[in-house]
Structures are given as C-alpha cells and as structure tokens.
Design a protein around this ligand. Structure first.
Ligand code: FAD
Length: 806
C-alpha cells in the first residue's frame, strides 16, 4: 500500500497525549492548541465531526456519488483519517487514539445528521472492533495500523442468509488448508464496503472450527457483485472460489473468533443506532422549521393542533431514543457483559424512531417532501438502509426479550435486621443509595400490611389509616419536607429512591394531598402561623386534605373556575361547586382555588384558600366511577364562611401557587414503576396461558417490554435533574404522556389476552394465585386524564418546548 500525499485538513485535528493516568486530547485548530479534559472530549469530538462534515461533505456530494461506484471516495476517507475518524477505537500501539465508544458514537450521530457517503460505521467501528477483539499478531496489528492511517479500507464478510443476526447462525463458506496456504470457497452477502475496499475479513469454517481470514480484494477467485441500496450506498455480495491466502492471513479462530465477530457486530449496531438517532434528529429539525414557516389557510401549518401533537409524539420518541442510547453506552462501559442487550434495545429503538420521524417528516411536508431535490428523502432512505442492515427492528426486539430473561438475576436479599439498624439514622446524605434502598425495603417488609400490596383500587381512609400512622410514628410520612417542619428532609436522589421502592413494593397511595401538595405550598407560601397550625396535623393524620381545583366548567381550562370567595369583614364567603375531588368524603379539609376577582386576566383573579369541610354550608356527594367505586366527589359551597387568615399567599396570587409544584407531580405520574408492575402481571398471565408459545404475542410483549425499559432511561434523565437540585424543564411532560400511555397499552393487552376472563369482575384464577385483570386497565384510564390531561401536556410541549406557533 503506497503512502498517500495527504491534503491538510481545514477542520480541527485530534492528537492524543498521555497525561497522568488518563488520556488528554489536544484540539489542533489553526489558531491555538487548547488542552481538553477528557470529560469535555465527547462534545468536542462531535463539534469537530460537525465541522469536518460541513466542509468536506455537503449533501450534494452524497447525491452525486450515489450514481458512481464505489459510491464513496478514498481520498475523502484519507482526509477523515487525518482528523482521526477511523482511529478512534484503534489502540495507541497501532497508531490509534485508543478512545471509547462514546467518542465513536458522537461522530456517528453527526454522520447521521449529515449523511456521509464513506462507510464510517462499517470500517471505523465494525472492522476495527472485530480486529481489536482478536489475539495480537503481526497481521492483525498491520491491519489495524492500516485502518488508522486511512490507507486501508476494510470490510467484514460474515453474513450469508437473509435475517442472519449472529455470526455462527449460518456459515457455509469453508476454508481448506494446504501446506502453505488456505483456500476459501463460499459466498458472503451485505458486505460493506464492497468494490471500494482493499479487502475483507471473511468468516469460514475449517472443519467445524470457525475462523477469520484476511482476504485482499485483488486475490484470485474473488468476485464482487455490488447491490445498490435504497440510500444510494451499496453492499456487496462476495463470491469466493477457492481463493488462496497465505496461512498467516488467518487472524483468529474458535471461540475467540466467534466472540470477536459478535463483539464487533454489537459495537457496530450501537454506532449504527447513534447514526439513526442523528438521522432522526436532523429530519425532525427540518420538519419543525418547515411547520413554522409554511403558510396554508393564512397561518403557519404548525399552528394546527393535529400536527403539533404528532410532532410532540415524534419529539418524545426522539428523547426516548437518545436516553436509551446514552444509557446503553454507560451500561456497556461499566458492564461489558451487557453489550448484546444494550445493542439490541438501542438498535430497535433508534431504527424505529428514525423510520417514524423521517416518514412523518415527508408527510408533514406534503408533496415537496416526496421530491428527490428536497433533502428529507435522503434521510428517509438512510433510515431505511440502516434499519434493515445488521438486524431488523423485530429481530432486535426479540433478541432483547430473550437476552433480558438470561441477564435477569435475583438481587441479593439483604438482611432485614441489619438494614433496620439504620432506621434511627437521619443523616440521609451519609447513607449510600444502596443502603438507603435496602433500609426502605426492610422497613416495608417489616411494617407494610401484606394484604394492601398492589391494591386494586384507591384505598379509603379507614383502610389505610394504620399505615399512615405507622409512617407518621417513624417520622417517614413526609419524605420531601424539610426536617425542621417534621419531614424526612430527603435529598433528591434518596427521595426518588424512596418513591421507587414504595411503588416497587406495591405500597398503596395514601390520601396524600396534605403531604404532597399542601405541605410544600405552606412551607413556601404560608405564614408562620399557618405552618404551625396545619403542618403538625397533616403529619399525624388529624387533618386529611383534598384538592379543590376542578369545577363543572373548569377542567383543562382551570383558570375559568367560578367558585367565588367574597370578603365580608374578616371572613370570605364562598359559593360555588367543585367536582372530581378525590376522596373528599374522607377528608377533613380542602385547599381550593377560588375566584376573588373578575378584573383583568382570568388567571390573575384566583386565590388559594384553606377550607374546613365541617363548616356549615358544605355538601359532599360521592360520585360512583365506572369501576363502581366512590373515589371522587362533588362538593357544594353555599355561603360558607372561611376565616381571612386561611388565605395562602397574596390575594389573587393563587394561580402561581397552584402551578408551583406541577413538575414534580409529572415526574411522579411519569414513573416507570406502574407500567413495570403491569408488565409483570401481563407476564404472569402469559405464562399461565402458554402465550409465550405464540410468536405474535411474544413480538408484542417484546415491544412493550422495550417501551418500559426505555421509559426507565428517560425517567433516569429527569431524575438526574432532580438529584442535582435543579428545576424540572417543561419537557418533563413527555414522561407523563409516555408513561401513562405505555401503562394503558400494557393493561389493554392484559385484558385482551384474557379473552372471556377479560370481562370478569373481580379476580381471575391463574394457577395458584389470582389477578384482577380489569383493575390496572381502570387505573390506567384515569392517569391519562388527571394531573393535566395528555392532550393538554401535548399542547404545553408544542408551545413551550417545540415553540410551535399558536
Ligand atoms: C380519577 C380522577 C381524580 C381526580 N381528582 C381530582 C382532584 O382531587 N381534584 C381536582 O381538582 N380535580 C381532580 N380531577 C379532575 C382532573 O384534574 C380533570 O379531569 C382534568 O383536568 C380534565 O378536566 P375535565 O375532566 O373537565 O376534561 P375537559 O377539560 O372537559 O376535557 C375533555 C377532553 O378534551 C380534551 N381537551 C380539553 N381542552 C383541550 C385543548 N385545549 N386541546 C386539546 N384537548 C383538549 C381533554 O384532554 C379531554 O380529553 C380528577 C380526575 C380524575 C379522572
């Protein structure tokens, strides 16, 4: 291979220096050499890739090269090699940068956003990772050095039949050994790159032993047949007819070779997922811009709610894919044994999202989106190529399902006694999260009534009073309140762990409006007297509060509320009606939003009032819901007199107070634990009915299982914000929407697979136990309505996150 005369790159170049124990990068720009800490290096890499792509490879290049074999340019690849692209994962000993997959994926995402004709993932990830996992040899090291320098373009020939996702699934190519050489015969398909490559690594069987051979492209007996792909790239079918290669070209065999091919392919799937994410995000941006500028019917098309909601759903999927990829990369770096699991879920999610968003993009552009001249089609076709290559969405989902069953290991059972010894400890920040979770679990095991686990309906006060008091006696009733007000004072991370452990254990929801909503409101907006008067009584359960916001004509449009409070001396006189008030019949008090002014904006005339439900003039009527339970009520106020000192905050400032705690509520409703539990029930039902024998069921189950897994990653992203003590952004609404809709989908399937039993009131027998299959469906039905209906959440996201026109 000759040494090329390399052109100097205008974009930043990367050099790697050892500094202390970790690598430090120097970004070599024309102006200066700036040292970059490793923590910054991923974003710096992405920026460098962005610049290089913009300068070296405009989309017009992609359009031009799709008609010219080999459909990429070796010279451009060499220039990218100067910027370090193929050497990211190559060890320093072979002239590489010796970095990790996060850096490679940062570049791959940029390649997705700005599609490149050169096969980055195939060479820089797939080939490099297979080689790196092979035993050291002169041949292997030379190949790696060649790739790092940009002089060697190398592909992998490992697949032979449609749908093959494992390297040992079908191998008919065989290798026979003579005195000095090997002879390879067989056919490899979907090899990338094909005709532009200098050679390939080919898997073949020598007897029953799988091996890998380096086969130069100019070897006699090799035929390359290019198969054009939808995106203008190509895969090759390689036919090998007794191709002779020296014995030293065998670079690995047996278990090592199989593992190397497996590892390389999984790493390629992760990089491919990053590329798919890049494709999706660019198509999304193009479409969002278009919705803001295209005028029809005299207004921007993006002001139509139907389109807004579709974009919000696309945005949710994009965030889901991004959270999934980030978590997969973290998982792979801390637990390499999870590589297959991580690659399966990420490829499935990112391919699905890229196809969804590129197709949506074309739809929302109308006819122009279907033209070749408009860029969107390039992204759709790239998504189609990557979704089909290296494993289809369905195959990846199924593999994730199988793999997860294998990886699921029992968490060690901690000693209840040892954990409970921490109970007296209130220095929460001094306890590790693991110990804290163990303590909560031990506490629940010791004190939570077994018969109340995973209750099938919202419990009334008489059913859960004892549990409320137990928590109260241990000082555990108000985990989020500061200690000086009698709460646990849990920091953000422990608070989330607390909620998660409670949900995981199936702890019932208490009449908790005093704890969750009113307490924090009083602590922030109440007077000292109000705090002293009410907080202790919430803690001990003497006061049970309900939330009086909604009215017959003020639901989603809450600011239209009409229940009126007129000041008369030192008392407000309240008249009107509240509705859908959860467990008002069990409550002693209500915090209510009331109208105290009709001047100006409707939000500006609302006040926050504390009302004793024993006051004369109040009538509470329970309403039976569709599950035949009296969970909510209507509450009538007829000249009810409320002391003026029961006003919280300023007069007419109630709207600000009401909005103050919404973010945390959405995180609470968006927790993955409820859908996770529903999935667990679905699994139980499926096992008892032999449904895992049905391919159709398994496919649907695997999809829902992935939805829950990715929801956990998305939740983790927002939980991190809470842990850092920062305010939740408005985008937290995606969590509420996705969690509640995933929950709904699981519970619908649960009822459906129960067939006749799906209509049964009360528990259904499943072998040794029984499950109420309808109650999760009923629970799920309300989650999409309360805490701000999902349609309203979508409106919020469209306006405040996507900034679509109104
Ligand atoms: C089980 C349960 C418990 C509840 N508990 C309480 C409680 O304790 N205290 C309390 O105050 N309230 C409570 N609520 C009421 C809840 O907050 C409201 O139901 C919710 O705000 C929706 O209002 P609505 O029912 O009047 O529906 P509406 O606002 O009439 O909406 C009807 C439908 O139209 C959609 N919609 C409305 N406006 C728009 C729009 N601009 N764009 C798109 N779609 C729109 C909604 O999403 C919904 O699908 C509870 C509700 C339920 C189901």
């Amino acid at each position: 291979m000759g040494i090329a005369n390399l052109a100097r790159l205008p974009s930043p170049q990367w050099d790697c220096q050892k500094a202390g124990s970790g690598a430090r990068l120097r970004c070599m720009t024309n102006q200066s050499i700036c040292p970059i800490e490793e923590t910054q290096s991923v974003e710096e890499f992405a920026q460098s890739a962005r610049d290089a792509l913009a300068k070296l490879s405009p989309l017009s290049r992609l359009r031009k090269l799709r008609h010219e074999l080999p459909r990429f340019e070796r010279q451009v690849w060499r220039e990218l090699a100067q910027a370090g692209w193929p050497s990211i994962l190559v060890p320093e000993a072979q002239g590489g940068l010796g970095l990790d997959l996060r850096h490679a994926c940062a570049v791959a995402t940029e390649v997705g956003r700005n599609p490149l004709p050169e096969p980055f993932t195939a060479i820089a990830i797939h080939a490099v990772c297979v080689l790196c996992a092979l035993p050291e040899s002169e041949q292997r090291n030379q190949l790696l050095s060649g790739i790092a320098s940009g002089e060697l373009i190398l592909g992998i020939g490992w697949q032979e039949c449609v749908g093959q996702i494992e390297p040992d699934e079908t191998v008919e190519t065989c290798a026979t050994r003579t005195t000095n050489a090997y002879h390879l015969t067989g056919q490899k398909r979907w090899v990338v790159p094909g005709s532009g490559a200098h050679g390939w690594l080919i898997s073949a069987l020598e007897g029953s032993d799988l091996g890998i051979w380096w086969v130069p492209a100019d070897s006699t007996g090799v035929t390359v047949c290019e198969v054009e792909r939808v995106d203008g790239s190509s895969c090759a079918t390689l036919t090998l007819q007794g191709v002779e290669v020296p014995q030293s070209f065998k670079v690995g065999h047996g278990d090592t070779a199989l593992k190397a091919l497996g590892r390389g392919t999984e790493m390629a799937r992760l990089a491919q997922s990053a590329e798919l994410l890049g494709i999706a995000s660019r198509a999304f941006d193009i479409t969002l811009d278009y919705l803001k500028t295209r005028i029809q019917f005299g207004k921007a098309i993006g002001s139509n709610q139907a389109l807004q909601h579709r974009m919000v759903d696309a945005y949710t999927q994009l965030e889901l894919a991004s959270a999934c990829l980030s978590q997969a990369l973290r998982q792979v770096s801390s637990s390499p044994e999870l590589l297959r699991l991580a690659a399966s879920r990420t490829k499935a999610r990112c391919a699905d999202v890229a196809l969804l968003i590129t197709r949506l993009g074309v739809q929302l552009h109308g006819a122009i989106g279907f033209t070749d001249e408009y860029d969107l089609g390039l992204f759709l076709k790239r998504a189609l190529q990557h979704a089909s290559w290296l494993g289809s969405i369905d195959k990846m989902r199924l593999r994730h399902h199988d793999e997860q069953a294998l990886c699921a290991s029992d968490t060690p059972k901690e000693s209840v006694k040892a954990s409970l010894s921490l109970l007296g400890n209130t220095q929460w920040s001094a306890i590790t999260e693991g110990d804290f979770r163990a303590l909560v679990r031990a506490f629940l095991k010791r004190y939570y009534p077994e018969h109340l686990r995973h209750a099938s309906h919202r419990l009334h006060w008489h059913e859960c009073k004892d549990w409320y008091e137990t928590l109260s006696e241990h000082g555990w009733i108000a985990p989020a309140w500061p200690k000086e007000h009698g709460g646990m004072g849990l920091p953000g991370d422990k608070l989330l762990a607390f909620i998660e452990e409670m949900e995981d254990y199936g702890v019932c929801r208490l009449p908790d409006q005093g704890i969750i909503n009113l307490g924090p409101v009083l602590i922030r907006f109440g007077t000292t007297q109000q705090q002293a008067q009410y907080l202790p009584k919430i803690l001990c359960g003497e006061h049970i509060w309900c939330q009086g916001y909604s009215e017959p004509n003020a639901g989603s449009d809450l600011a239209s509320l009409r229940t009126e409070a007129v000041l008369d001396g030192h008392e407000f006189v309240v008249n009107g009606q509240k509705i859908w008030t959860t467990l008002a019949q069990d409550a002693t008090h209500m915090f209510a939003l009331v109208r105290t002014s009709r001047d100006g904006k409707k939000q500006a005339g609302i006040s926050f009032l504390l009302i004793d439900l024993d006051s004369p003039g109040i009538t509470i009527r329970p309403i039976q819901n569709i599950a035949a339970e009296e969970e909510f009520c209507e509450v009538f106020f007829d000249n009810v007199r409320v002391p003026q000192q029961n006003l919280v905050g300023e007069l007419n400032a109630g709207w600000t107070i009401a909005k103050a705690l919404l973010g945390f509520e959405r995180l609470f409703v968006g927790s993955p634990k409820t859908p996770q539990y529903a999935l667990h029930l679905l699994k139980k039902i499926a096992h008892s009915r032999g449904l895992f024998e049905s391919e159709r069921f398994v496919a649907r189950y695997a999809e829902l299982e992935l939805d829950v897994t990715d929801l956990k990653s998305l939740y983790g992203k927002f939980a991190e914000i809470v842990k850092r003590g920062e305010a939740l952004p408005p985008s937290v609404s995606i969590l509420k929407v996705f969690a509640t809709e995933t929950y709904t989908a699981i519970t619908r399937l649960m009822v459906q697979v129960c067939e006749e039993d799906g209509g049964q009131l009360g528990p259904v027998e499943l072998g040794n136990e029984s499950v109420n299959v309808l109650s999760p469906l009923m629970n799920a039905t309300i989650t999409t309505i309360y805490a701000g209906s999902n349609e309203i959440q979508r409106n919020i996201l469209a306006k405040f996150v996507l900034e679509l026109p109104t």
